[in-house]
Design a protein around this ligand. Structure first.
Ligand code: ADP
Ligand code: MG
Ligand code: ZN
Length: 726
């Protein structure tokens, strides 16, 4: 049966392989065993019940909390050629009747329905008369009061088990807390349910946090790098949403607001226009997002601090569902936490306040964290995170991100603030520290202070950045009204208890062109033509563009330039039904493009994970220096000494150097191998088959007998020997 599932994956969905756990889950459901599926947003939960639904002879009922969500999902399935019915209040009487009959006659494989409708007499009769094989509860966390979207109607669903004991039950959610999971199992009365917990790492999301300075300017810079792309900007308050919307629309950005204060109709229409690619940017409070299936959201910008790690992850999780790179930027201002603090204090019970406080502290810690951003997140979801350089977060890719001891300059800045009476703004403080002879300083007699002119090693710009960083870290506080800097309770620990402060001295750039998964290798011009065609087709059918083809599928077309039906069928995301419906619309676009651009040829490399060529050129990057040193015979130990960095970092640099296709002399590296020859040969065999961008599977395969460090070295040697596969 699993064979059949695999075949459906290709012919119906057009995908070549299952994502982790999908096949296990499908097998379990096909064996009629209740299943609880926990996967992050965008992880690919739908396929887990949709494929069994196609395999089963009878009906699969899908309960889903939102009408918009149901509509999109049903539409996506119809586009794939799967008979799908939907019964709710949003459809006209005649469509309702058609859908009803499709279920009644056994034509429909899936029925999407709202939780409150399922107990209606008419529906119950319909279900009893159908051969009901599977009941799926999507967004199953809605059943739990511990979750964030509790729905009363979901509580009733426990009765289904008694009414339809022969159907297999499948519950799906992206909520990871064990308490919620237990609630789901108990309330739905799942029988011996297997729990499938997928990794919460979303490898295609680039994570970055920068200190919030001039937020709007920073936002504009970020948006500039995402021209013509879909994205979400999250703000904490409605007021902030409205203000930012005013500014951005005045600058002619294609954007609309979304928050609970807007009339229902307007809110709904704004969401719909975003989903249909009619506007690019939605500026929203957290009210936006639940049930957004749009797969081509390329970025999420947090203009303010989210209230917890869980909300942050859920919000950024809406980006990059198609698996392509998406950029997530958080502007972190310590002052923003005060806003959240205010909300916390409004909460009624002590317990609620306490919980919210813990969440806030965690997200602040995350924002200030100097290591790989994935570590605190993935740990939060109860997983261990293994890779020591994820290649997809600011701290892992940025040379400037290296943390250094900034205790001394911090002490100087804090003393200057204190000595001048905690009244002056940032520029003034920096002027004092650098010994400016401005009239204001002289007339305040601040040139007589001991801190006057004591800062010699940093530029004004660096000092400015340091101050922002200290504000973000809570060592300084800015008067909202007058801009004066004040000390905080944390400042004393630095001034009097010698608390060590770590930070960056160089202002981080907004990274949209760093890390893995850069989208440079497809033909941009053709992609735009295909996108325009997709919009045209979608409008004609009155459906959102992403249900026709995902961005990823269009990009693949702009890489491989399929000219015939057969070639088109090889593109990921093109199944039999879509081939039939759309090849006649899309193939002419490609053929015409090739005829008018006779010189273009498909790019040599594929769009799959590739580490980019360096972006910075002016100053030689550290890893290039390291690579060149290795070529001149330097050993890992030499480089550890020379640069004062850890051996892991040296090896990571060499890896980066090699994977970019630079020639590498491996003699000195080979001397670091400790794995015995026979085992070594086996590892090489593995690398011949796969690049192992992530080493964990390999580590497990050899049962931990080979250390990660050794695996990393062998991986570099394999790249040199066999090249990369992707
Ligand atoms: P979730 O419900 O877990 O948030 P979805 O089921 O909406 O996620 O899936 C997210 C995206 O991933 C969809 O565009 C889907 O088509 C795609 N997808 C799912 N499984 C695969 C797969 N095996 N190969 C390629 N793409 C997949
Ligand atoms: Mg889903
Ligand atoms: Zn990282």
């Amino acid at each position: 049966m699993l064979q059949k599932a695999k075949k459906i994956l290709k012919t119906v969905f057009g995908y070549d392989s299952f994502r982790p756990l999908q096949n296990d889950i499908i097998e379990n459901i096909l064996n009629k065993k209740d299943s609880l599926v926990i996967m992050p947003t965008g992880g690919g939960k739908s396929l887990c019940y949709q494929i069994p639904a196609i395999v089963f002879k009878g009906l699969t009922v899908v309960i889903s909390p939102l009408i918009s969500l149901m509509k999109d999902q049903a539409e996506q399935l119809r586009q794939l050629g799967v008979e799908t019915a939907i019964l709710n209040s949003s459809i006209s009487a005649s469509v309702y009747r058609d859908n009803y009959n499709a279920v009644k006659t056994g034509k429909a494989k899936l029925l999407y329905i709202a939780p409150e409708s399922i107990f209606k007499d008419e529906i119950q009769e319909l279900l009893i008369s159908s051969k009901l094989e599977c009941i799926t509860i999507d967004e199953a966390h809605c059943i739990s009061e511990w979750g964030h979207d509790f729905r009363k109607e979901y509580r009733m669903l426990g009765q289904l088990q008694d009414k339809f004991p022969t159907a297999v039950f499948v519950a799906l959610t992206a909520t990871a807390t064990p308490k919620v999971q237990d609630d789901i199992v108990i309330n739905l009365k799942l029988r011996n349910a297997s729990r499938f917990l997928a990794s919460f790492d979303r490898e295609n999301l680039f994570l970055q946090v920068i200190p919030k300075q001039k937020a709007q300017q920073q936002a504009l810079e970020f948006l500039k790098a995402h021209k013509d792309q879909s994205g979400i900007i999250y703000c904490t308050t409605r007021k902030q949403v409205d203000e930012l919307y005013e500014s951005l629309s005045a600058l002619k950005y294609s954007c609309l607001p979304y928050h609970a204060g807007l009339p229902d109709e307007e809110r709904h229409s704004n969401q719909e226009r975003f989903i249909r690619d009619e506007i690019q940017i939605i500026i929203a409070t957290v009210a936006f997002g639940m049930g957004i299936n749009k797969s081509n959201i390329r970025y999420v910008l947090h203009y303010d601090l989210p209230k917890s790690i869980e909300s942050y992850y859920q919000e950024i999780g809406r980006a990059g569902r198609d698996g392509l790179r998406a950029d997530c930027l958080l502007l972190f201002g310590y002052g923003d936490s005060m806003k959240i603090q205010y909300f916390i204090e409004q909460k009624t019970t002590q317990q609620e306040r306490l919980n919210a406080q813990i969440h806030l502290d965690e997200i602040i810690k995350f924002a200030q964290f100097g290591g790989c951003r994935r570590v605190p997140i993935i740990n939060y979801f109860g997983e261990k995170y293994h890779t020591d350089n994820c290649g997809m977060c600011d701290n892992c890719v940025d040379d400037a991100a290296t943390l250094v001891d900034i205790t001394i300059p911090t002490q100087k800045i804090l003393s200057a603030v204190k000595r001048t009476g905690e009244r002056f703004g940032l520029t003034y403080i920096i002027d004092v520290l650098t010994g400016s002879e401005s009239q204001r300083i002289l007339s305040n007699r601040h040139h007589t202070l001991s801190v006057y002119g004591i800062e010699k090693s940093f530029t004004k710009k660096q000092l400015q950045y340091l101050c922002f960083d200290l504000i973000a870290k809570g060592f300084l506080e800015k008067d909202e009204e007058f801009g004066g800097l004040r000390l905080t309770s944390k400042s004393n620990e630095v001034l009097y208890s010698n608390l060590k402060v770590m930070g960056k001295i160089q202002e981080p750039e907004i990274s949209t062109k760093k890390g893995k998964l850069l989208d440079t290798n497809y033909n941009k011009e053709l992609f735009e033509l295909l996108r325009a065609k997709r919009k045209q087709v979608a409008d004609r059918l009155d459906v959102p563009p992403f249900v026709i083809f995902s961005d990823k599928t269009l990009q693949q077309m702009a890489v491989y330039f399929p000219r015939t039906d057969a070639e088109m069928a090889d593109i990921s995301g093109v199944g039999t039904a879509k081939l039939k419906s759309y090849s006649s619309s899309f193939l002419p676009v490609i053929n015409k493009f090739l005829n008018t651009n006779k010189t273009v040829s498909p790019p040599a490399v594929s769009v799959s994970p590739a580490i980019p060529k360096t972006v910075k050129t002016a100053q030689k990057l550290r890893y290039i220096e390291v690579g060149e040193e290795v070529n001149n015979g330097a050993t890992v130990d030499d480089l550890v000494l020379k640069y004062g960095i850890k051996p892991e970092t040296v090896i990571a640099y060499i890896y980066k150097y090699a994977i970019e296709g630079n020639e590498l002399q491996t003699n000195s590296l080979e001397s670091n191998l400790t794995v015995e020859a026979e085992l070594l040969a086996k590892v090489f065999e593995e690398f011949k088959k796969d690049d192992y961008l992530f080493l964990k599977p390999l580590y497990d395969k050899f049962e931990g007998k080979i250390s990660y460090e050794q695996l990393r070295i062998i991986r570099i040697l394999s790249i040199v020997k066999y090249g990369t596969k992707s």
